[in-house]
Design a protein around this ligand. Sequence first.
Ligand SMILES: NC(=O)c1ccc[n+]([C@@H]2O[C@H](COP(=O)([O-])OP(=O)(O)OC[C@H]3O[C@@H](n4cnc5c(N)ncnc54)[C@H](OP(=O)(O)O)[C@@H]3O)[C@@H](O)[C@H]2O)c1
Length: 315
Amino acid sequence: MIQSNKYLKEYKFKNILEMLRNNRATPKKCTDDFNDKLVVITGATSGIGYCTAREYASHGANIICINRNEEKSKNVCEEIRRDFEVKCDYKVADFTQISDVKRAGRELLESKLNIDVLIHNAGVHSTKKILTNDDNELVFQVIYLGSFILNYMLKDRLRAQERARIIFVNSEGYRFAISGLKLDDLKWKKRRYTGLGSYGAAKTAQLLSMIEFNEYFIDSGVTINACHPGQVKTNIGENNGRFYRFYKHHFVNRSSKSPQVSADALYYLGVSKDVEGVGGKFFNLTTEEELAPHALDKEVAEELWKESLRLVGLE
Ligand SMILES: NC(=O)c1ccc[n+]([C@@H]2O[C@H](COP(=O)([O-])OP(=O)(O)OC[C@H]3O[C@@H](n4cnc5c(N)ncnc54)[C@H](OP(=O)(O)O)[C@@H]3O)[C@@H](O)[C@H]2O)c1
């Protein structure tokens, strides 16, 4: 309660105005080539991830996607190889299984490939509270713990490369956790679960981890940033009940843009010289934006780091 009040007191009205203004801004574009570079992207079987993988491939980059569905992965890779004549490979990992994500991380390490851009895109929105086999809340595990594991496992390697960009496909939805991340209840066992609340918490956790990873990468040539990819029409939320889907199809989708808008922004953030050396920042598409106070709490970020290592069994 004390924490909630603290963040609310610190919240600036101008922060919301800035978000609204940025939502309407014309995103910047990058047209540079990215020939023979390697892009690793999670959740490339639909929506933003699919368009982003194609966008990078269209500029000459090779792709490794980490997806949960083998059949869809094969199809996406075949399509990318055929359309753009680049290499495209995949790893199968269901982010509801910590062991799967760790396996994908190990395989990337063993491959000794130089990763130029790592995009954490896989995500889910669930109106029902679901616990994974690892006993974590589903959305928190898929969005946050999945990206944490890969970053943590790859961090030394990326640093040794002396050049790479990591991008979280985050969301303005992190604001749904305005009263802060509840470190004592990451599994939603003590509070009433809401879909927006859990989504906001998972995205907030990603942003808090960005503080710590950014510190680790400082002056190393590796940068880590987060992007709100716009409100775009994708499959997100299609796993929910029919009332939610009705609302999404009839209201949300009508005002949503094409995920190509997100792909353009994620290409810009991964490639453009304008963002060279910029790290630890949040971008609303391509416009840098100040984060709300609860996503900037260093003390909580440090506690979350320790707790995450414990939850995923990494040291
Ligand atoms: N759409 C928007 O307006 C919007 C706005 C802000 C942020 N975002 C963020 O953008 C990212 C991409 O979402 P999207 O809108 O493009 O939705 P989407 O079309 O549903 O794509 C989500 C991707 O994540 C994968 N995924 C879901 N659960 C997974 C799991 N357990 N393990 C591994 N992969 C999993 C999906 O795989 P399958 O194909 O197998 O389902 C798919 O490839 C998410 O992080 C989302 O939070 C979206």
